[in-house]
Design a protein around this ligand. Structure first.
Ligand code: G
Ligand code: G
Ligand code: MN
Ligand code: NA
Length: 253
């Protein structure tokens, strides 16, 4: 509960940090995109993972402010990477709760427009969640983001309640297959079938596919073989500070 009242101060003092986990393009073999992952460097409690504070802010209706701060930081870092010749697209996690905030919509669109970067370089990762089922409003907002050029990714794909329903209803550009299906895909025949057919389904729908949770070379090889588009996981890279991410991405050029 303390944390809630400390958000403003944390944002002002720069204690909300954003790390970037690389995504490897399996065709070009380059790191061409990242997922922004928020951390809170709390002066008394130490480094807090998102699970410690995201649900609290969501409950209290303040997740839009936090998400905007993450988006702004990620846009600033992406601009710096671009001016250094590193063309790295960014993905930000967007909770369904934020998708009903007009304040978020207006400010996110303005921030992206003013960055000078193409909106296509920005992806919103949305988690499969019950919130969508009865929220025409959230879907309409996603459609407006999509119309503005922002890519929409279905995060944690395969773990939700009604995945096919979301494929039908949401204006998606991408599926992100959850790591529970991916991590053992090179040894588990069942997982291999699920992932292979999901990649095929996604491609038939005109969607790109990111596999997450790659922890071994053999897993990466399998995903390359079946035509998956991007890979993310500890084997490709851990979440990194902006400068470290740039160094890693530059090494793949
Ligand atoms: O980085 P880590 O593995 O600890 O992330 C844990 C969870 O927190 C993941 O599900 C991730 O999607 C979520 N998360 C990380 N950053 C953000 C953020 O900025 N906004 C939201 N809504 N979720 C985030
Ligand atoms: O839900 P979301 O996909 O946004 O979650 C991202 C989370 O997954 C981050 O907290 C990140 O630290 C974690 N993660 C990323 N790569 C791996 C991996 O290879 N293995 C495991 N176990 N977790 C990972
Ligand atoms: Mn995510
Ligand atoms: Na995920």
């Amino acid at each position: 509960l303390d944390l809630l009242s400390e958000l403003d101060e944390a944002l002002r003092s720069g204690n909300i940090a954003v790390l970037y986990q690389p995504k490897l393009n399996l065709v070009t073999r380059r790191i061409d995109s990242v997922e922004a992952l928020v951390r809170w460097n709390h002066p008394k409690r130490g480094l807090l993972p998102p699970d410690c504070f995201i649900p609290l802010f969501e409950e209290r209706g303040r997740l839009d402010e936090l998400t905007l701060a993450v988006l702004e930081q990620a846009m600033d870092d992406a601009k710096r990477w671009h001016s250094d010749g590193l063309h790295i697209a960014i993905a930000v996690n967007i909770s369904a709760a934020v998708l009903t905030s007009e304040n978020f919509e207006t400010r996110a669109l303005a921030r992206i427009a003013h960055s000078g970067l193409p909106a296509e370089q920005v992806t919103f990762e949305v988690t499969e969640s019950a919130h969508f089922e009865d929220t025409a409003e959230a879907i309409a907002m996603l459609e407006r983001f999509r119309a503005a050029g922002i890519r929409i990714s279905m995060d944690d794909y395969g773990t939700g309640q009604s995945a096919l329903n979301y494929l039908k209803l949401l204006p998606l550009s991408e599926l992100k297959i959850d790591r529970m299906f991916v991590a053992q895909v090179h040894t588990d025949r069942g997982d291999a079938m699920l992932v292979r057919s999901t990649v095929q389904l996604a491609h038939e729908l005109g969607l790109k596919v990111v596999a997450e949770g790659i922890e071994e070379a053999a897993c990466l090889d399998f995903l390359t073989e079946i035509g998956c588009d991007h890979a993310q996981g500890y084997f490709v890279g851990r979440p990194l500070a902006a400068n470290d991410l740039a160094a890693l991405a530059a090494a793949t050029l």
